[in-house]
Each structure stands twice: as structure tokens, then as C-alpha cells.
Design a protein around this ligand. Structure first.
Ligand SMILES: Cc1cc2nc3c(=O)[nH]c(=O)nc-3n(C[C@H](O)[C@H](O)[C@H](O)COP(=O)(O)OP(=O)(O)OC[C@H]3O[C@@H](n4cnc5c(N)ncnc54)[C@H](O)[C@@H]3O)c2cc1C
Length: 415
């Protein structure tokens, strides 16, 4: 048995580092146990390596409304450490932040590494003892309290414990769901995680063949069994498995619901601001000016960059792309115009956890004192970050939750 600590933090990701640093700053003797050789692996890949550190929405009500049903539980926490505290925390440690589109805040350097380094410096300054390569394998209980955690043969004990082991998305970063298992064993209800901000898998090859192309100003309509359900406007990124990009990622949860009700199909309107009649006139004029060219050589003039490839693939089998434009019949031209307004494809499903940006699931907020992050089931346990069951969109909202819950837990542990 190793010497006793005031606090043991299990998991050195975003929320665990914040919690450990904050507790140490208050003078607590803190041990941080991390199974990886490095802290903050997921943080380092966040925001594509740029780290969307928070969302700079100043209207707190508006900001918290993004957390859906969790909103009502978050006011007290955000009073203690809100979005502005995040700015102050990082900027006072010489990491300037910049606000970009949709109020997404990033470090000015656009390097997630710098965010991780700032937190590492914070815990170092407070004197947190960090044990790398130390996976907690067992949680020991005595009555209603945690008495120790085991890393293989070694036992560590403390007055309080913070579980900050993250969820299950991108398990290669270390978040393999260990905390969910322990929390369930300790008597917490743990909501089953589902990937919620994920790309969509598509059946059709033409979509996959457009991998790497990103199209702005598109309108996508979603249907169940042919009946329109909702539409989205913005940028779509084509990938080798389907479609992605922030617009799609943030709507995946709606598509997940549709997938339970029937066959989900979608169409992309490449000219949402032009009606069918006007588009037909535009295409006719281009055809008239290029009568002797091959159809395949002028599709790039009638369709936005990238979409022309999709059009040719969709026409394959129905129309010979090597036909001279003057031989294209009126019906065939109308078919092309219709495709430009509604390129069809089928949604196979949501991509799995390996591609999820955020997976929900975890402890329901009713089981946590949402002023301190202390468990209502085990009184010397506090819970932070992705272990909490809070649905949220992408845009800096997840990391803000980590800073908030980590700071609050670190402020109340050991008292
Ligand atoms: C690709 C990607 C991009 C993202 N981009 C953004 C973004 O730009 N903005 C944003 O707000 N959110 C983003 N997120 C979400 C955000 O990164 C997470 O919400 C956040 O990192 C979760 O932090 P955490 O402290 O809860 O857990 P994690 O960061 O998952 O950390 C958990 C830590 O616990 C350790 N651990 C696990 N089990 C054990 C064990 N048994 N013993 C010891 N240690 C253990 C792990 O190794 C890990 O270091 C992104 C997520 C992904 C996957």
C-alpha cells in the first residue's frame, strides 16, 4: 500500500488534468493515475489537432441550451467555472484564444498540443504526483466508500477519488469505458453509450467515389420510406464510407432516430437557390452552346465542381456519357436537371465509436450533486467529463464541460 493522498484522480485527460491541477492549487496532496505514457491523448487530437477549446457564446442561457435536457443541471457549475473562466484560465497562462466561425474558440496557435502543455504546466506547478503507464484495474470498497484503487499489484488510497476516465469514443486514446464499468459496479445507473456526433455511412458507390470532395451551399433532404423528414443546408464532405463534416456530424442523432423507423434515403440539391424551370433553362443554354461536344466533357459546366463526377456515375447505364450533346433528348436533359436538384443516396447507418467525436452515455446527472460533482451513491467519489451522460453538439461544448466539471470537482474534493 502506498502512502495516503488527499485525492486520487483516475484518468489524465482534459477533465482529469483540470481537476488534479485545481485540487493541488488548493493545497491538496494529489495523485494522478494515467494508463498511457502521456497525458491528454484525446485532447491532442481534438478539433483535428487545432482544439476547439470552448464556444464563446456570451449569453449563458443560449450556451447552456445547447446541452439539451442537461441545461437545468448546469447553471450552478457554470457560475463556478463558465466559458469566460476558460478564456481567463488559458489566457492568464499565456495561451491566447481566438474566436472563429460559429463562436468556436481555438488557441491562437491552433495547436491542441499547446492546450495539453498548458494543463501539464498547471498540474506540475501545483505539485501533482503523476504516475504514467498506470492503468487502474480494480476499485476496492469498504462499506459505502472507496478504500483504494489497484494498478495491478500496487494499491493507492486517498480520502477522495475523482473518476475522469472518459467515454468510449476513439479507444486508441485510452478511453476504453473502464469508468462506466466501475460506476455500474458501484451502484450507479450508467446510460448505454451511443455514438451521437458521427459521420453517416452511405451505400452508393458514387458517393464514396467523391471521397475528399467538400461542397458548400448544398441542401440535403432526408426521407424515411420516401417521406421527407427534414433538410439541412451547408457544407458536405464526401468520404470513402459516406458523408461527413460539421453539418452532418451534428445532425447524426436525428438520422439515428429516423433509422429506427424505416429506410432512410437522402438527396443533395446542388442548386438550392434555383428552381427546376430556371435550372432547365440554364442547362439548355449550355447544351446549345456546346452541341458538338461529348456530354461527359461538359458536365463540369452544368454541375458544381465534384458533383459532375456524381452525375456521370448516376447516368451510367441510363445514358451514354460519350453521346454528343446534340443527341441528348429532352427527356434525358430533364433527367440530368432533376439529378442536379436531387442526387439520391441511401443512408446505411451511423459510423461506429471509432469515428465518433462524442459518444454520450454515462452517469445520469440526477445521481451527482451538480454543485460539487460528488456522487450521490458513493460519498468519497467525484465524477467528471465524458463519464457524465450529457448530449451536446460539436463546437467546443464538450471540452467546456471538461473544464467546468474538472474545475468544480477539483474545488470540492478533499473537503
Ligand atoms: C476526434 C475527436 C475530436 C474532438 N474534438 C473536440 C473539439 O474540438 N472540441 C470539443 O469541445 N470536444 C472535442 N472532442 C471531445 C473531447 O475531446 C472530449 O469530450 C474530452 O477529451 C473528454 O475528456 P475526459 O477528461 O472526459 O476524458 P478523456 O480525454 O477521454 O481522458 C480519459 C483519460 O483516462 C485514461 N484512462 C482510461 N481508463 C483508465 C484506467 N483504467 N486507468 C488509468 N487511466 C485511464 C485515458 O487513458 C485518458 O487519458 C473531440 C473528441 C474526439 C474523439
Amino acid at each position: 500500500m502506498n502512502s495516503r493522498y488527499d485525492l486520487i484522480v483516475v484518468g489524465g485527460g482534459a477533465s482529469g488534468m483540470m481537476a488534479a491541477g485545481r485540487a493541488a492549487e488548493r493545497g491538496l496532496r494529489v495523485l494522478l493515475l494515467e494508463k498511457n505514457k502521456k497525458l491528454g491523448e484525446k485532447l491532442r487530437i481534438s478539433g483535428g489537432g487545432r482544439c476547439n477549446i470552448t464556444n464563446a457564446e456570451e449569453d449563458e442561457r443560449m450556451l447552456l441550451s445547447k446541452y439539451g435536457k442537461a441545461e437545468q443541471f448546469l447553471y450552478s457549475l457554470f457560475k463556478q467555472f463558465g466559458m469566460k473562466s476558460t478564456f481567463e484560465f488559458f489566457e492568464s497562462r499565456k495561451l491566447s484564444l481566438v474566436v472563429q466561425g460559429a463562436k468556436r474558440a481555438f488557441p491562437k496557435t491552433e495547436k491542441a498540443e499547446d492546450v495539453a502543455r498548458t494543463l501539464e504546466a498547471y498540474i506540475k506547478k501545483g505539485g501533482v504526483e503523476v504516475r504514467y503507464g498506470s492503468p487502474v484495474t480494480k476499485v476496492l470498497m469498504g462499506g459505502d466508500l472507496i478504500t483504494a484503487v489497484q494498478c495491478g499489484e500496487v494499491e493507492y488510497s486517498a480520502t477522495d477519488y475523482i473518476f475522469a476516465t472518459g467515454g468510449v469514443s476513439h479507444p486508441e486514446t485510452g478511453s476504453t469505458g473502464d469508468g462506466f464499468k466501475w460506476l455500474a459496479d458501484l451502484g450507479h445507473k450508467v446510460a448505454k453509450p451511443t455514438p451521437t456526433i458521427v459521420p453517416l455511412a452511405v451505400s452508393e458507390q458514387w458517393v464514396k467515389d467523391m471521397a475528399g470532395i467538400s461542397l458548400d451551399g448544398m441542401k440535403i433532404r432526408f426521407f424515411v420510406d420516401g417521406v421527407k423528414k427534414f433538410d439541412l443546408s451547408g457544407k458536405v464532405l464526401f468520404t470513402h464510407f459516406g458523408i461527413s463534416g460539421p453539418l452532418i456530424l451534428n445532425s447524426a442523432y436525428k438520422v439515428a432516430d429516423l433509422l429506427h423507423t424505416g429506410v432512410v434515403t437522402a438527396t443533395i440539391d446542388a442548386y438550392p437557390k434555383t428552381d427546376l424551370g430556371a435550372l432547365d433553362k440554364k442547362v439548355t443554354a449550355i447544351f446549345d452552346a456546346n452541341k458538338n461536344k461529348l456530354l461527359k466533357n461538359i458536365t463540369s459546366e452544368i454541375a458544381p465542381v465534384g458533383v459532375h463526377k456524381g452525375i456521370l456515375m448516376l447516368l451510367n447505364g441510363q445514358m451514354d456519357a460519350a453521346t454528343k450533346v446534340h443527341s441528348v433528348t429532352k427527356e434525358q436533359r430533364k433527367k440530368i436537371v432533376h439529378l442536379l436538384k436531387a442526387l439520391p443516396f441511401t443512408i446505411e447507418g451511423l459510423m461506429g465509436f471509432d469515428r465518433a467525436v462524442v459518444a454520450d452515455g454515462g452517469v445520469p446527472l440526477e445521481e451527482v450533486d451538480m454543485k460539487t460533482m460528488r456522487s450521490k451513491v458513493v460519498s468519497n467519489l467525484l465524477i467528471t467529463g465524458d463519464l457524465l451522460h450529457i448530449n451536446r453538439p460539436s463546437g467546443g461544448y464538450s471540452l467546456q464541460l471538461c473544464w467546468t466539471t474538472g474545475y468544480v470537482a477539483g474545488s470540492h474534493a478533499g473537503v
